[in-house]
Design a protein around this ligand. Structure first.
Ligand code: AMP
Ligand code: ZN
Length: 113
């Protein structure tokens, strides 16, 4: 499997980890677009939002809850932050392993694309 995020999850490639449990990990984006830019992923390889099944609802809920906790820990919860899930080429997804972006620490553009 040459998926970069699977390799970070397995420890083959180092990540700047900020959270780990048995099914979800989070690390700092290597090319941050804001003072706080974290990537939250499931350990399991799910290619994109379009590959989610009904059974993954709890997993996505946990990823959002973890992101909210991380936003508090990073000190951006009060001022505000953004969670983004890009799906597919036109949705801006470059890494084909489902991931949630947590962006904060500056005034983000109001535009959505
Ligand atoms: P997306 O465009 O939604 O697929 O976002 C992929 C994100 O992963 C980008 O913000 C990249 O900067 C980030 N990224 C790619 N490789 C790594 C890596 N090895 N460690 C941390 N972040 C990465
Ligand atoms: Zn993967």
């Amino acid at each position: 499997m040459d998926c970069i995020f699977c390799q970070i999850a397995s420890g083959n490639i180092p990540g700047d980890m900020v959270y780990q449990d048995e099914e979800v990990i989070a690390f700092r984006d290597i090319n941050p677009q804001a003072p706080v830019h974290l990537i939250i992923i499931p350990r399991r390889h799910i290619p994109s939002l379009a590959h989610l099944s009904e059974a993954d609802s709890a997993l996505i809920g946990r990823m959002v809850a973890i992101a909210n906790q991380l936003a508090k820990g990073e000190g951006v919860a009060d001022k505000g932050y953004r969670l983004a899930l890009n799906c597919g080429k036109e949705g801006g997804q470059l890494v084909p392993h489902l991931h949630l972006h947590l962006l904060g620490g500056r005034r983000l553009s109001g535009r959505l694309g």
